[in-house]
Design a protein around this ligand. Sequence first.
Ligand SMILES: *Cc1c(COP(=O)(O)O)cnc(C)c1O
Length: 457
Amino acid sequence: MDLPFAESYKIKMVEPIRKSSREERETWIKNATYNLFKLRSDQVFIDLLTDSGTGAMSDRQWSEMMLGDESYAGASSYFKMKDAIQSVLGFDYFLPTHQGRAAENVLFSVLIKEGDIIPGNSHFDTTKGHIEYRKAIAADCTIDEAFDTTLSHPFKGNVDAVKLENILKSKGDKIPFIIVTITCNSSGGQPVSIENLKMVRRLADKYGKMVVFDSARFAENAYFIKLREKGYQDKTIREIVLEMFACADAMTMSAKKDAIVNMGGFIAMRSKELHAKASVYNIMFEGYITYGGMSGRDMNALAQGLFEGTEFDYLETRIKQVEYLGKRLMDFGIPVQQPIGGHAVFVDAKRFLPHLPKEEFQAQTLAVELYLEAGVRGVEIGALLADRDPVTRENRYPALELMRLAIPRRVYTNNHMDVVAVALKNIYDRRDSIRKGLKIVDEAPIMRHFTVSLDLA
Ligand SMILES: *Cc1c(COP(=O)(O)O)cnc(C)c1O
């Protein structure tokens, strides 16, 4: 008999979590104005709000914390991070930032001006926020297959070559760079193939543009390339990572994802000149160029995390757990984005609650139901997140209304995944009885989903 699969680590420290009653949860979610971001974490049993900064650091990372150098300038921790970025990602220059959106803020301050167009594959919300804040436009060039959750395509994060070339041809003078998100968070944690990255590079060269990778889950992207792309089976994750980044001029990184730290980020680039320009903004917004909003100990843990996060055994453990949850849901007949992404399972709320109008926020309604059912916190990736059109101020209804269940790295066991799956099955069985969705009571002008107040429709 083949031995079953098991985690590539054992547990040395634990953190208690608490179950609550349905009555308690009813009060709490009402007080949180049906916005899961406004719950206290102790009101949540299994927290799948995000995989960002919620991972468990290893004993090696905690050891690195003790070795952190907190010198204001020239700390050894800065050089440790520089060496890790050079050897794992292949970039000679970098700037630390306190997290991913800070990296976007600094880099975009150099590269984007009013009226610009930034083509990419389903830009992440903070990325889009930083583009639109500068009165520029994020142009989505993702392949059409990404928007059909029933279609199984190995690289649903791919950029559509025709869409990209059309915009480069017609609006080239307004395009400072192309951004590719690996894996593509907004389209469901879906990977981009090496072949596609090379296509983007060729078109960028043809039209004289820079390529930037939004790299939060680059290692998960490399894992999928190894498993799915022809010719990559025998390459190591690190070899694939270097080949991916060889297609980029610069990258932004939220280290809270694949570098498995609780806080941190950076920008990396090949150009010394771009580094010099971005340094000015880094000093203004983040901190001096050798710490950029991070403590020395956090830079150390990040450096170690870049090595651990690109180990095959770790990635296999992680992605198999996400797949496990996805498969359980599929066995119950629950509509999920296929294939299952790297960091999360995305439930298709339009197909789960087809009788609710989109104006009543199907995915948010489902997320609230799941919380009430079992104290499980997911997050809406749908119309609330899509915000209003910056010009017309009309609600934008994206092609997909998804509830994301993001799995923190090295945190939960498959028993927790079973609770989530059965809770969703119970809701699925009584889905016809969910007659009302939600309506907005109050919202912020940009990135409203974090703070929006809702009520029953
Ligand atoms: C998380 C994330 C960001 C933003 O990073 P933060 O660390 O949350 O500021 C940007 N892009 C992608 C693809 C992300 O997943």
